[in-house]
Structures are given as structure tokens and as C-alpha cells.
Design a binder for this molecule. Sequence first.
Ligand code: RAM
Length: 341
Amino acid sequence: MRFTSVLAAGTAAVLALGLTACGGGGDEGGDGASGETEGATITMLPKNLGNPYFEASTAGAEEAAEELGATVDEVGPDTASPDSQVPFINTAAQQGVSALVISANDPTAIGDALDEARSAGTKVVTFDSDTEPQYRDLFVNQASAEGIADKQLELISDQIGGEGEIAILSASANATNQNAWIAIMEEKLASDYPDIELVETAYGDDDDQTSFDKTAALLQSHPDLKGIVSPTTVGIAAAARYVSTSEYKGKVAVTGLGTPNQMREYVDDGTVEAFALWNPTDLGYLATQAAAALVAGDITGEEGDTFEAGRLGEYTVGADGEVLLGEPFVFDKSNIDDFDF
Ligand code: RAM
């Protein structure tokens, strides 16, 4: 698939730049498999259930687990509220699972529960949305926060001709990932986009109906709105659905981060010109490979540790225990039909 090769090229470039930083660790066999991951138990804990983005990342986790001889169990709350993941973390700790792979709804609210799980011997890998670094062994990040913020600003600026009012429709108010991207977008709007005004940031809680209703409210409160940036796959799909059958279609741009399968009809009908994302299946796959490398003792999460991530190749742990998947990718009419996730 073309997307995979784009990411592979990006990864190769990152590794080429980081070669001097490569040190110990790693899987000598080079195939990502290690006898010590055989039978490992991994709990996959997304922000909430029922989101196609996390269904794709769990599919990637299952693919990796199968290659590693491990098992994955996906559990999660119905709502993406700050402490809704705590009971699931506690259960994983009581079960003594080998690793927990989690997208955090809050940077600190789940910290105590994660501390307990780690004292019980469970390795903790955050992916997609981080906690504060002291609560986990590794964070597998989809792309740099700055890269994700820049891409969304480029998209909205292009789509509204570089000027006018915009609003952000985010996920939940405490989401670490969206808040990091929004903070950078706010800074860069002020410094690099003087003619674009951010008039409101609303929160749809990664719930389809709430996001749909918040879209309607934004459009009503701001009659001069030129565009909506939604840095969440749930929000952008709901915003596009609202706009597609409204008087705002073709007048108010909708962009941000979406999955191609959820956005295809809105690109086809002209509601959405272009949006961005990474490959969530690869993200879940990489996070699970990283968890397995921790469980096997191949790495500890130190900067400079290297590990083999199966079909994605070798990765190096960066500063603050962060592993980077790749670069965000832009989808539009010309390429959306090449993707299926
Ligand atoms: C939603 C979630 C997820 C985010 C994507 C872009 O699915 O909020 O955390 O990374 O959107």
C-alpha cells in the first residue's frame, strides 16, 4: 500500500538522521520476535470504545501480538472522561498482565493507577495520547506535535484563502494529544497567520452526537465562520456530516484529522477538500512491538534504546521515552480511494 511505503520512507529518513544516537538494546535476530514474548499478555486500552480509529489501532496490536506469540485483550470505557480508564487499569494490574498499551484521556488522572500497575510488574506503553512521562515506560507518538499542528494550519489556511474566522472542534477537554496540538496551533496562528482569527474552541468529547451538536452551535454563534478544524477523527466526521446537508456546505471549510473510510463520502460530495492523519493500524502495531520489547527486557525505555518492530523495521527511543511513528499524511480526492481504514 502506498501509505505504508510513504511511512517506511519517512522512518528510514528519521533513522538515517538518528544513526549516531543508536546504542544498545535491540533484537539481535532482527525479526522482532523473541522467545520471551511467547505467552505475553497485553491489555489494549483506548480512550473509549466504538471509535473506528481505535478499532484500527487494536487491529494493528492483534497483528503484532500474533507475530510475537502474545495475546491482546481490548477493554475500555464508553466515554473518554478523565478517570474513566482507571477501573480497567486496576483490573489489568490485578490480572498481572505483561503490558498495558493505553491512549490516555488525561495526563495525570490515571497516574496513580498506572503507578500501581507498574509496581505489580506490568510494563506501560502510552500510544496516541500520552500521560506525564513519569507514569509510563514509553510513549509511541504518531508524529511530532508540531508536525501535526503545522499540517492542520496549512490545510485550513489553504482552504479559506489565508484569512477569516475559524473554530476548533476538539475531543475531550483533558485529552493530552489534542491539547498539545491546539496549544501549538494557537501559538502559530498568532505568529504566522495574522489574518486568521480563532474565535472558539469547542469540545465534542469524542462522541459523535455531542460533536454534531457542537458543530451546529459553532455555526450559529459565529455567522462569519470560514472554517472548522477538528483534530479528532470523531469530531471531523460529525462536523462534515452536519455541514454536508446544511446551507454551509461549500462555504465553511471542514478539515483536521480523519480516517479515510469515515471521510470518503464528504470528500466525494465536496464538503471536505483535504484532511490529514497517520496510519492508526501501524500505530497500534508499533506500540505493541514496543511493549513486547520492554516485556522481553530487550529495552528499558532509555533514550537511544533500539528495537525491531516487525514489518516496520527498527526504531530508536528518543528523548523522554518517546518513539515516533512517522509524519502526518494528507488525504484528498486524488488519493483517498487508495486507503481502507
Ligand atoms: C480520535 C482520538 C485520537 C486522535 C484521533 C486523531 O480518534 O481523539 O486520540 O489521535 O482522533
